[in-house]
Design a protein around this ligand. Structure first.
Ligand code: CA
Ligand code: CA
Length: 497
């Protein structure tokens, strides 16, 4: 039959085959919608917990030794004025990982179960967003706050999606090195090989991933825990920082006379009194510097593996700390304040398209990380995020923007940082204003001086006007070592110990 013949002539067969092929290709493209392209860059997402601005690329502390931070700074762009959205692990990390600020989510403190926030219950975290775009999302170590990991964010996690950190070596139960009886505020060297420490094992896992090819682009997280307390270290680290050479931070006896009561409430006078009365201020600084040094060694191993492996030229690196850390400045220790020491942090980027060996002075915030990484990886823009992509700064570190960096500590307490000023307002209306051009230590509160009213007036509209209610938290979070025991139990239950 003629029609039969027409349909199956060689030419029309070829025509139909071509059509069918095109249809299948289109079909496969549409089913691949939202998947990564083979050229999509990997993301190496490195967090160093409680790392303040003492690292050498930021001018640091005179005794600090962080050669691998310098190496990373030379590879890319360092933000000299990067700040947290909240000066504590959980609110800082929950906002960074979801792109939603504390005053919108209601996650202001360490004890808030962040997935219980109405806004964050179904939020797609940064790794989840990458996962939904075809990335393999994996990692090891502390990325979310230890109490509230997020198993749905990851394709794979070491040692477990429920316990982010390999179990650490500890001194015998009930003992401490410093004798200060301050729970996990302790430091010292253990007679344990460095390979047994959790950060070393975290680096092992990350190194292994970086040395092998992957058929999908990677979102690879490396959550280094030190210099978070306790500062337990392998032998040899403390002696890198001889105590008699250590410089104390500068302090001013009457510094707190001009700060409002709301600011004074954040000060941990007890920690400072315990450390100084026992004559251990320099020893504590030695412990912190040595812990930074161990973290820096782990970073060096990760950078070595990246350079030696197949992902060298197609990986965006970001290194961030979740907030700063006081070591006796303003008579306090740890984080939990709206001053410079607790809010400023290292933020370094490197990789394809990122300016090398450059410093950017613009005031930026960890809230900007989510949109930045989405942008740099070439993924579709995610709507509803509070931050702004830092891409213009990564391409041109001299780029300028007019926005301040906002840090929130508890409902109603906010601090704005511009290149020159810090303006803080507490929920009771009390204020602080510091001029960093003349007072980098924030010793002189200018908020009550009418000569500076115009500075405040120009900034006041950046304070949030609507604030979410506090997300309920665990009312009595167990002490540090009890939480560790809970993690040990989970790891044993999963056969991971
Ligand atoms: Ca922290
Ligand atoms: Ca003062």
């Amino acid at each position: 039959m003629r029609i039969y013949h027409t349909y199956f002539s060689r030419g029309t067969l070829l025509h139909w085959a071509t059509w069918l092929f095109s249809f299948l290709v289109l079909l496969s493209y549409s089913s691949e919608a939202g998947k990564a392209e083979s050229s999509s860059p990997n993301v190496l997402f490195i967090s160093v917990d409680d790392l303040n601005d003492w690292i050498t690329p930021l001018g640091g502390h005179p005794n600090a030794k962080t050669p691998n931070m310098e190496r990373l700074a030379a590879m890319g762009t360092t933000f000299s004025n990067a700040y947290c959205s909240a000066p504590a692990c959980n609110p800082s990390r929950a906002s960074l990982m979801t792109g939603i600020r504390p005053h919108r989510s209601g996650v202001y403190q360490n004890n808030s179960v962040w997935r219980n926030s109405p806004l964050l219950a179904k939020a797609q975290t940064l790794p989840q967003y990458f996962r939904s775009h075809g990335y393999h999302t994996l990692g090891s170590g502390k990325i979310f706050h230890s109490n509230f990991p997020d198993p749905e964010s990851w394709s794979d996690y070491y040692p477990s999606k429920r316990v982010q950190r390999p179990f650490p070596p500890l001194p015998p139960e009930g003992t401490s090195f410093n004798g200060l009886n301050l729970n996990h505020f302790d430091w010292g060297e253990l007679n344990v090989d460095k390979e047994e420490f959790s950060d070393w094992k975290v680096a092992d896992f990350v190194v292994e991933q970086l040395l092998k090819p992957s058929d999908k682009p990677l979102f690879l997280a490396c959550g280094i825990y030190l210099p978070h307390l306790p500062w337990y270290l392998p032998e040899g680290y403390l002696e890198r920082f001889p105590v008699d050479e250590i410089e104390l931070p500068s302090s001013f006896e009457h510094d707190l006379n001009d700060v409002p009561e709301a600011a004074r409430k954040n000060v941990r006078f007890g920690d400072h009194e315990a450390v100084t009365k026992a004559g251990q201020w320099k020893l504590a600084i030695q412990g912190y510097l040595a812990s930074m040094s161990f973290a820096d060694d782990c970073l060096g191993r990760v950078l070595d593996a990246l350079e030696a492996g197949p992902h060298k030229d197609n990986t965006i690196i970001v290194l961030w700390s979740d907030h700063g850390w006081h070591l006796g400045e303003k008579f306090t220790w740890k984080k939990f304040t709206l001053w410079e020491e607790a809010t400023r942090l290292p933020l370094l980027f490197a990789g394809p398209g990122i300016a090398k060996n450059r410093f950017c002075q613009a005031p930026v915030n960890l809230i900007d990380l989510y949109p930045t990484l989405v942008d740099m990886a070439g993924l579709k823009k995610k709507e509803g995020l509070d931050g702004t992509s830092l891409r213009p700064f990564l391409e041109n570190p001299d780029y300028i923007w007019g926005r301040p960096s906002l840090t929130t500590w508890g409902k109603g307490n906010h601090s704005l940082r511009t290149p020159r000023w810090r303006y803080t307002r507490y929920s009771d209306g009390s204020e602080e204003l510091y001029d960093h051009a003349n007072d980098p230590q924030e010793w002189t509160n200018l908020a009550g001086d009418s000569n500076y009213d115009s500075i405040k007036e120009n900034l006041v509209h950046w304070f949030p006007t609507e604030e979410a209610d506090v997300v309920p938290g665990i009312s009595n979070p167990p002490p540090f070592f009890e939480r560790l025991e809970e993690q040990r139990r989970i790891l044993e239950e999963e056969g991971k110990l």
